[in-house]
Ligand binder design. Structure first.
Ligand SMILES: Cc1cc2nc3c(=O)[nH]c(=O)nc-3n(C[C@H](O)[C@H](O)[C@H](O)COP(=O)(O)O)c2cc1C
Length: 161
């Protein structure tokens, strides 16, 4: 018998993670992006990562169209960016007051994020409600700052020292 949804959600709240904005760009949909904590590295050589995207998310449709995406790991200063990309405003509005530039494959790189990975989709599988999308990393950009964290349903930051 499967665990109840409530118990499962309660357990997952105890998983601390970073926060990313996953972006893409296609002729059909333009620039798109959404806040995602379900991100993981998969393989070092070849360099591959995965993101889990709700099948109802517009951004997932754009990734399937463009076959490329970027993962932008947010800094402690980007809580508002996380909220902005989590819905409530149009895709165009999400990008309006953020500093971004297109990577070689077109996916938007958020220039003030902590780290950006530009990826080509190499595999995808629909698991329950979410697409698990695996990308091969074509470019990585690292910057210096402190990460934004998410734990127990709230944003957090690293303790000093
Ligand atoms: C902290 C946080 C983490 C989130 N993580 C995910 C995630 O891992 N996968 C996902 O599909 N949605 C996640 N979401 C929800 C999406 O960001 C949200 O549904 C978004 O509006 C989808 O945008 P779109 O449908 O316009 O593409 C998260 C939201 C927040 C606030």
């Amino acid at each position: 018998m499967a665990v109840s949804v409530d118990d499962f959600k309660k357990a997952l709240q105890l998983w601390a993670s970073g926060v990313t904005v996953v972006t893409t760009q296609s002729e059909k949909f333009g620039v798109q992006g959404m806040t995602v904590t379900a991100f993981s590295s998969v393989s070092v050589n070849p360099p591959q990562v995965l993101v889990c995207i709700n099948q109802a998310a517009d951004t997932g449709e754009g990734i399937q169209e463009s076959e490329h995406f970027a993962v932008n790991v947010l800094t402690v200063d980007q809580q508002e960016v996380s909220n902005q990309f989590a819905g409530g405003c149009s895709q165009q509005e999400r990008f309006e007051n953020v500093n971004w530039s297109a990577s070689a494959n077109g996916a938007p790189i958020l220039n003030d994020s902590l780290m950006s990975l530009s990826c080509k989709v190499v595999n995808k599988v629909l698991v329950g409600t979410h697409w698990v999308i695996i990308g091969e990393v074509e470019e990585s950009i690292c910057r210096s700052n402190s990460p934004l964290l998410y734990y127990s349903g709230a944003y957090r930051q690293l303790a000093e020292g």
